[in-house]
Write a protein that binds this ligand. Sequence first.
Ligand SMILES: O=C(O)CCC(=O)C(=O)O
Ligand SMILES: [Fe+2]
Length: 259
Amino acid sequence: MAAAADDDELRRRAAALREVFGDSSDSEADDLPVGGAGREQWRWEAVEGVRGLWLCAAFLSADEQSRLLTAIRREGWFSDAHNQAMRFGDLPSWAVELSALIHEAICFGDVGVGCGLELKNEDEDACPLPSDLLWRKPLFDQMIANRYEPGEGICAHVDLMRFDDGIAIVSLESPCVMHFSRAEQEVPICETLESAHAEPTKIPVYLNPGSLVLMSGDARYLWKHEINRKPGAQQWGGRELEQQIRTSITLRKLLPSPN
Ligand SMILES: O=C(O)CCC(=O)C(=O)O
Ligand SMILES: [Fe+2]
């Protein structure tokens, strides 16, 4: 009985996987990862200035993005005025496969140098996710899907403490700029007057469709993140980004409840 149930589960997962990320068995390169994007495209960049913040810009191919969007649309979450859906515990099979692909990208992606940081292999910060988080089971068991109309974003926040360290955000559709700012900016007394009028430092990160962001350690606990899509606020490369609908999938791990 248990073996039959396991077989069913495996078949169900394989079908979901083919539907969302394609069938690697039809491809010429059978040794490519399940996602089919090709490991060579997975390149991790450490965001300078925010420890624990990593970006994999080419995480999903254009085809994978459209399959993922189709799977999200099929859930029917965003009909009516709804723009957010949350799942706890059992995630949809496509989100389980997305988590597996994130794990694979962390394990097999290239960790870049030349992004302003000198990274060495032995440096514990040279991995996009610390190994205790990378190997926890499950990697993620909570998901939020957000759909933003042009002009809509999310205000500066640190994710709730009920979630463990190690948070992933996959971006789809419209690109945007996410800003990171220190959660508490310690100002020495002698500088208080001078800095009273100073703008807090904000570090911009460009999130193209198909990109994956990972936040752990300082990036998760000591920095706030926000997306301000008010007119004029989405500047990148000296010009304002054209806004369309943006969809994002945030994956996190719930901490055990205290009682
Ligand atoms: O939509 C995004 O990219 C970010 C979402 C987010 O920060 C959150 O749901 O906590
Ligand atoms: Fe967040």
